[in-house]
Design a protein around this ligand. Structure first.
Ligand SMILES: Nc1ncnc2c1ncn2[C@@H]1O[C@H](COP(=O)(O)OP(=O)(O)O)[C@@H](O)[C@H]1O
Ligand SMILES: [Mg+2]
Length: 260
Protein backbone atom coordinates (compact mmCIF):
# COMPACT_ATOMS: atom_id res chain seq x y z
CA UNK A 1 0.00 0.00 0.00
CA UNK A 2 2.65 2.55 -1.04
CA UNK A 3 0.26 5.11 -2.46
CA UNK A 4 -3.48 5.24 -2.13
CA UNK A 5 -5.38 6.24 -5.23
CA UNK A 6 -8.27 8.61 -4.63
CA UNK A 7 -7.07 9.37 -1.11
CA UNK A 8 -8.90 12.75 -0.94
CA UNK A 9 -12.20 10.99 -1.71
CA UNK A 10 -11.45 8.45 1.05
CA UNK A 11 -10.63 11.16 3.59
CA UNK A 12 -13.81 13.06 2.71
CA UNK A 13 -15.88 9.94 3.22
CA UNK A 14 -14.22 9.22 6.57
CA UNK A 15 -14.70 12.84 7.63
CA UNK A 16 -18.45 12.43 7.08
CA UNK A 17 -18.35 10.31 10.25
CA UNK A 18 -15.34 11.61 12.21
CA UNK A 19 -15.49 15.31 11.40
CA UNK A 20 -12.54 17.02 9.69
CA UNK A 21 -9.48 14.76 9.57
CA UNK A 22 -6.49 16.40 11.25
CA UNK A 23 -3.84 13.76 10.62
CA UNK A 24 -3.66 10.37 8.96
CA UNK A 25 -0.91 7.74 8.98
CA UNK A 26 -0.64 4.47 7.03
CA UNK A 27 -0.90 1.29 9.17
CA UNK A 28 2.45 -0.37 9.99
CA UNK A 29 1.59 -3.72 8.37
CA UNK A 30 -1.06 -5.33 6.22
CA UNK A 31 -1.33 -5.54 2.48
CA UNK A 32 -4.67 -7.13 1.68
CA UNK A 33 -6.66 -3.89 1.75
CA UNK A 34 -6.67 -0.91 -0.60
CA UNK A 35 -6.29 1.51 2.31
CA UNK A 36 -5.36 1.10 5.99
CA UNK A 37 -5.04 4.32 7.95
CA UNK A 38 -4.88 5.70 11.44
CA UNK A 39 -7.06 8.80 11.27
CA UNK A 40 -7.16 11.53 13.89
CA UNK A 41 -9.91 14.08 14.26
CA UNK A 42 -11.48 16.08 17.09
CA UNK A 43 -13.74 13.07 17.70
CA UNK A 44 -10.72 10.86 18.48
CA UNK A 45 -8.51 8.29 16.80
CA UNK A 46 -9.85 5.73 14.36
CA UNK A 47 -8.57 2.83 12.31
CA UNK A 48 -9.86 2.94 8.75
CA UNK A 49 -9.97 -0.09 6.46
CA UNK A 50 -10.99 0.76 2.92
CA UNK A 51 -11.61 -1.22 -0.24
CA UNK A 52 -12.28 0.23 -3.63
CA UNK A 53 -15.98 0.01 -4.34
CA UNK A 54 -15.58 -1.80 -7.64
CA UNK A 55 -16.22 -5.32 -8.87
CA UNK A 56 -13.28 -7.73 -8.91
CA UNK A 57 -11.75 -6.32 -5.74
CA UNK A 58 -11.96 -7.55 -2.17
CA UNK A 59 -15.27 -5.99 -1.25
CA UNK A 60 -16.71 -9.37 -0.20
CA UNK A 61 -13.97 -9.69 2.33
CA UNK A 62 -14.60 -6.24 3.81
CA UNK A 63 -18.34 -6.94 3.93
CA UNK A 64 -17.74 -10.14 5.85
CA UNK A 65 -15.41 -8.37 8.30
CA UNK A 66 -17.98 -5.63 8.89
CA UNK A 67 -20.78 -8.20 9.35
CA UNK A 68 -18.97 -10.42 11.83
CA UNK A 69 -17.73 -7.57 14.02
CA UNK A 70 -20.80 -7.23 16.23
CA UNK A 71 -20.77 -10.99 16.99
CA UNK A 72 -17.21 -11.07 18.35
CA UNK A 73 -17.92 -9.86 21.88
CA UNK A 74 -15.13 -7.28 21.89
CA UNK A 75 -12.40 -9.70 20.75
CA UNK A 76 -11.98 -7.46 17.70
CA UNK A 77 -11.82 -3.66 17.93
CA UNK A 78 -15.32 -2.16 17.75
CA UNK A 79 -16.65 -1.14 14.36
CA UNK A 80 -17.97 2.39 14.75
CA UNK A 81 -19.15 3.16 11.21
CA UNK A 82 -19.66 1.61 7.81
CA UNK A 83 -19.35 4.13 5.00
CA UNK A 84 -19.73 3.79 1.25
CA UNK A 85 -19.68 6.03 -1.82
CA UNK A 86 -19.05 5.49 -5.52
CA UNK A 87 -15.29 5.07 -5.00
CA UNK A 88 -14.81 3.56 -1.54
CA UNK A 89 -16.27 1.06 0.91
CA UNK A 90 -14.93 1.69 4.39
CA UNK A 91 -15.02 0.30 7.92
CA UNK A 92 -14.13 2.75 10.68
CA UNK A 93 -12.95 1.00 13.86
CA UNK A 94 -11.79 2.10 17.30
CA UNK A 95 -8.06 2.69 17.06
CA UNK A 96 -6.12 0.47 19.47
CA UNK A 97 -2.80 1.91 20.52
CA UNK A 98 -0.58 -1.10 21.06
CA UNK A 99 1.88 -3.63 19.70
CA UNK A 100 1.63 -7.00 17.92
CA UNK A 101 2.13 -10.29 19.77
CA UNK A 102 5.62 -11.76 19.48
CA UNK A 103 4.96 -15.47 18.94
CA UNK A 104 8.58 -16.30 19.75
CA UNK A 105 7.86 -15.49 23.39
CA UNK A 106 5.70 -17.70 25.63
CA UNK A 107 3.56 -14.70 26.61
CA UNK A 108 2.90 -13.69 23.01
CA UNK A 109 2.09 -17.26 21.98
CA UNK A 110 -0.26 -17.84 24.94
CA UNK A 111 -1.96 -14.51 24.35
CA UNK A 112 -3.01 -15.54 20.84
CA UNK A 113 -3.99 -19.03 22.05
CA UNK A 114 -6.30 -17.43 24.65
CA UNK A 115 -7.91 -15.22 22.01
CA UNK A 116 -8.62 -18.27 19.85
CA UNK A 117 -10.04 -20.15 22.80
CA UNK A 118 -12.42 -17.23 23.44
CA UNK A 119 -13.45 -17.16 19.77
CA UNK A 120 -14.38 -20.83 20.01
CA UNK A 121 -17.01 -19.95 22.66
CA UNK A 122 -18.84 -17.56 20.35
CA UNK A 123 -21.76 -18.45 18.11
CA UNK A 124 -22.96 -16.78 14.93
CA UNK A 125 -26.65 -16.32 14.17
CA UNK A 126 -27.91 -19.11 11.90
CA UNK A 127 -28.38 -16.81 8.92
CA UNK A 128 -24.60 -16.24 8.78
CA UNK A 129 -23.92 -19.61 7.25
CA UNK A 130 -20.31 -19.47 6.09
CA UNK A 131 -19.01 -23.04 5.76
CA UNK A 132 -15.25 -23.34 5.48
CA UNK A 133 -14.24 -24.88 2.15
CA UNK A 134 -10.77 -23.48 1.40
CA UNK A 135 -8.99 -26.74 2.18
CA UNK A 136 -11.49 -29.06 0.46
CA UNK A 137 -9.53 -29.23 -2.77
CA UNK A 138 -6.49 -30.53 -0.92
CA UNK A 139 -8.19 -33.04 1.36
CA UNK A 140 -9.67 -36.50 0.72
CA UNK A 141 -11.87 -36.21 3.83
CA UNK A 142 -13.11 -32.58 3.88
CA UNK A 143 -16.03 -33.63 6.11
CA UNK A 144 -13.48 -33.91 8.95
CA UNK A 145 -12.85 -30.15 8.67
CA UNK A 146 -16.52 -29.20 9.02
CA UNK A 147 -18.05 -27.73 12.14
CA UNK A 148 -19.84 -24.73 13.63
CA UNK A 149 -16.91 -23.02 15.37
CA UNK A 150 -16.04 -19.52 14.18
CA UNK A 151 -12.73 -19.72 12.37
CA UNK A 152 -10.62 -16.55 12.01
CA UNK A 153 -8.41 -18.24 9.45
CA UNK A 154 -5.26 -16.12 9.80
CA UNK A 155 -4.05 -16.13 13.39
CA UNK A 156 -0.56 -14.64 13.48
CA UNK A 157 1.31 -12.14 15.61
CA UNK A 158 0.61 -9.08 13.45
CA UNK A 159 -3.11 -9.75 13.63
CA UNK A 160 -2.97 -9.26 17.40
CA UNK A 161 -2.82 -5.87 19.08
CA UNK A 162 -1.93 -5.73 22.77
CA UNK A 163 -3.16 -2.40 24.01
CA UNK A 164 -0.40 -0.41 25.63
CA UNK A 165 -2.47 1.23 28.36
CA UNK A 166 -4.56 -1.77 29.48
CA UNK A 167 -2.67 -4.88 28.33
CA UNK A 168 -5.92 -6.07 26.74
CA UNK A 169 -5.43 -8.16 23.59
CA UNK A 170 -7.48 -7.85 20.41
CA UNK A 171 -7.61 -10.13 17.37
CA UNK A 172 -7.87 -8.06 14.16
CA UNK A 173 -8.16 -8.79 10.45
CA UNK A 174 -11.39 -10.77 10.25
CA UNK A 175 -11.06 -10.77 6.49
CA UNK A 176 -12.65 -14.17 5.86
CA UNK A 177 -14.25 -15.71 8.94
CA UNK A 178 -15.94 -19.07 8.38
CA UNK A 179 -17.57 -21.88 10.34
CA UNK A 180 -15.36 -24.94 10.68
CA UNK A 181 -14.16 -27.71 12.98
CA UNK A 182 -13.03 -26.28 16.30
CA UNK A 183 -9.35 -27.14 15.89
CA UNK A 184 -8.66 -25.26 12.64
CA UNK A 185 -7.51 -21.93 14.14
CA UNK A 186 -5.53 -23.81 16.80
CA UNK A 187 -3.73 -25.77 14.08
CA UNK A 188 -3.08 -22.59 12.06
CA UNK A 189 -1.63 -21.02 15.20
CA UNK A 190 0.53 -24.10 15.87
CA UNK A 191 1.96 -23.74 12.36
CA UNK A 192 2.78 -20.07 13.06
CA UNK A 193 4.44 -21.11 16.33
CA UNK A 194 6.60 -23.64 14.51
CA UNK A 195 7.50 -20.91 11.99
CA UNK A 196 8.46 -18.79 15.03
CA UNK A 197 10.98 -21.46 16.05
CA UNK A 198 8.97 -23.48 18.56
CA UNK A 199 9.27 -27.25 18.21
CA UNK A 200 6.10 -29.09 17.10
CA UNK A 201 5.86 -30.51 20.62
CA UNK A 202 6.01 -27.03 22.17
CA UNK A 203 3.52 -25.71 19.64
CA UNK A 204 1.04 -28.48 20.47
CA UNK A 205 1.51 -27.82 24.20
CA UNK A 206 0.71 -24.12 23.70
CA UNK A 207 -2.46 -24.73 21.69
CA UNK A 208 -3.59 -27.52 24.04
CA UNK A 209 -5.41 -24.93 26.16
CA UNK A 210 -7.76 -24.25 23.25
CA UNK A 211 -10.95 -26.23 23.75
CA UNK A 212 -11.44 -26.91 20.04
CA UNK A 213 -7.99 -28.46 19.93
CA UNK A 214 -8.52 -30.66 22.99
CA UNK A 215 -11.73 -32.05 21.48
CA UNK A 216 -10.24 -32.64 18.03
CA UNK A 217 -10.17 -36.00 16.30
CA UNK A 218 -6.44 -36.69 15.70
CA UNK A 219 -7.29 -38.12 12.27
CA UNK A 220 -8.90 -34.80 11.34
CA UNK A 221 -5.82 -32.88 12.50
CA UNK A 222 -3.55 -35.13 10.42
CA UNK A 223 -5.79 -34.69 7.37
CA UNK A 224 -5.64 -30.91 7.87
CA UNK A 225 -1.85 -30.96 8.04
CA UNK A 226 -1.61 -32.96 4.83
CA UNK A 227 -4.04 -30.55 3.15
CA UNK A 228 -1.94 -27.56 4.22
CA UNK A 229 1.25 -29.10 2.88
CA UNK A 230 -0.46 -29.62 -0.47
CA UNK A 231 -2.01 -26.14 -0.49
CA UNK A 232 1.31 -24.44 0.29
CA UNK A 233 3.18 -26.60 -2.22
CA UNK A 234 0.77 -25.40 -4.88
CA UNK A 235 1.12 -21.76 -3.81
CA UNK A 236 4.89 -21.98 -3.66
CA UNK A 237 5.03 -23.50 -7.14
CA UNK A 238 3.06 -20.45 -8.35
CA UNK A 239 4.93 -17.62 -6.61
CA UNK A 240 8.08 -18.86 -4.85
CA UNK A 241 7.65 -16.22 -2.14
CA UNK A 242 10.00 -16.85 0.82
CA UNK A 243 7.18 -16.48 3.40
CA UNK A 244 5.19 -19.22 1.65
CA UNK A 245 8.23 -21.49 1.79
CA UNK A 246 8.59 -20.78 5.51
CA UNK A 247 4.93 -21.66 6.16
CA UNK A 248 5.24 -24.79 3.98
CA UNK A 249 8.36 -25.88 5.88
CA UNK A 250 6.45 -25.36 9.15
CA UNK A 251 3.64 -27.67 8.01
CA UNK A 252 6.16 -30.26 6.78
CA UNK A 253 8.06 -30.22 10.05
CA UNK A 254 4.86 -30.68 12.05
CA UNK A 255 3.59 -33.45 9.79
CA UNK A 256 6.95 -35.23 10.10
CA UNK A 257 6.59 -35.06 13.89
CA UNK A 258 3.01 -36.42 13.93
CA UNK A 259 3.42 -39.01 11.17
CA UNK A 260 7.10 -39.98 11.17
N1 LIG B 1 -8.36 -1.22 15.17
C1 LIG B 1 -7.05 -1.11 14.97
N2 LIG B 1 -6.32 -0.22 15.68
C2 LIG B 1 -4.99 -0.09 15.49
N3 LIG B 1 -4.29 -0.79 14.60
C3 LIG B 1 -4.94 -1.70 13.86
C4 LIG B 1 -6.34 -1.92 14.00
N4 LIG B 1 -6.71 -2.90 13.13
C5 LIG B 1 -5.60 -3.27 12.48
N5 LIG B 1 -4.53 -2.55 12.91
C6 LIG B 1 -3.13 -2.66 12.44
O1 LIG B 1 -3.13 -2.62 11.02
C7 LIG B 1 -2.55 -3.81 10.48
C8 LIG B 1 -3.28 -4.21 9.22
O2 LIG B 1 -4.65 -4.45 9.48
P1 LIG B 1 -5.33 -5.81 9.07
O3 LIG B 1 -6.74 -5.76 9.51
O4 LIG B 1 -4.50 -6.93 9.58
O5 LIG B 1 -5.28 -5.72 7.49
P2 LIG B 1 -4.71 -6.71 6.35
O6 LIG B 1 -5.87 -7.54 5.93
O7 LIG B 1 -4.26 -5.84 5.26
O8 LIG B 1 -3.60 -7.53 6.98
C9 LIG B 1 -2.64 -4.83 11.61
O9 LIG B 1 -1.62 -5.78 11.49
C10 LIG B 1 -2.47 -3.96 12.85
O10 LIG B 1 -1.11 -3.66 13.07
MG1 LIG C 1 -3.43 -8.57 8.80
Amino acid sequence: MDTIEDLPALLDLVASHTGPVGRYTPAPSGNMSDALLLVESEAGRFFVKGMRNSPGGRLDSLDRELTVNSHLDGIAPRLVATLRDATWAVGVFDYIDGAPADLKTPDGARCLARLIDRVSDLRLPVELDWPETRWDRFCETPELLRGRTICHGDPHGNNVIIERASGRAYLVDWAWPTLAAGFIDAALLANQLICAEHSPQEAEAIVSDIRGWRNADPKAVDAFLVANVRMMEERYARTEAPWIKAVLDGWREWLGYRMP
